[in-house]
Design a protein around this ligand. Structure first.
Ligand code: ZN
Length: 132
């Protein structure tokens, strides 16, 4: 099981982790298979989206904030219920095909760590399932 840490510096932020995921895939030695990226946290997630125009990340942040505002009458005592809901909406894992040792992401795709209750030090786990 490979992985790496992400230090987020904002309360809500999408961090491009594509290069770290690609590096973990290379380190596995696998050429073909699938790469599972997993975030073991309840107020953060992982998603794949556009890596060219940064405004897409800003728009995702805006949309999630409108969908799940912190001002809702939540009951979770810790005060970060919105982050829990956003993490579930985003999801805890993504799967990327691996071919010839390279992630098969589309031209405009990147893998993003989604922080919803930062800043925090977070972990990302990467499992490579090699095809035989
Ligand atoms: Zn909580």
């Amino acid at each position: 099981m490979a992985g790496f840490e992400v230090q987020t510096r904002e309360h809500v932020v999408f961090v491009d982790i594509t290069s770290q995921v690609a590096a973990a895939a290379v380190e596995s030695g696998a050429r073909d298979g699938v790469v599972v990226v997993y975030v073991p946290h309840t107020t953060a997630g992982v998603t794949i989206n556009e890596n060219a125009d940064p405004s897409v990340r800003a728009d995702m942040k805006l949309a999630l904030e409108r969908l799940v505002p912190r001002s809702l009458p939540f009951t979770h005592l810790e005060g970060n219920a919105d982050a829990h809901v956003k993490a579930s909406l985003t999801g805890s894992s993504v799967i990327v095909p691996l071919a010839d040792g390279r992630l098969q992401l589309g031209t405009w795709q990147g893998v993003y760590f989604a922080e919803f209750d930062g800043p925090r030090r977070r972990r990302v786990l990467v499992s490579v399932l090699a095809a035989r």
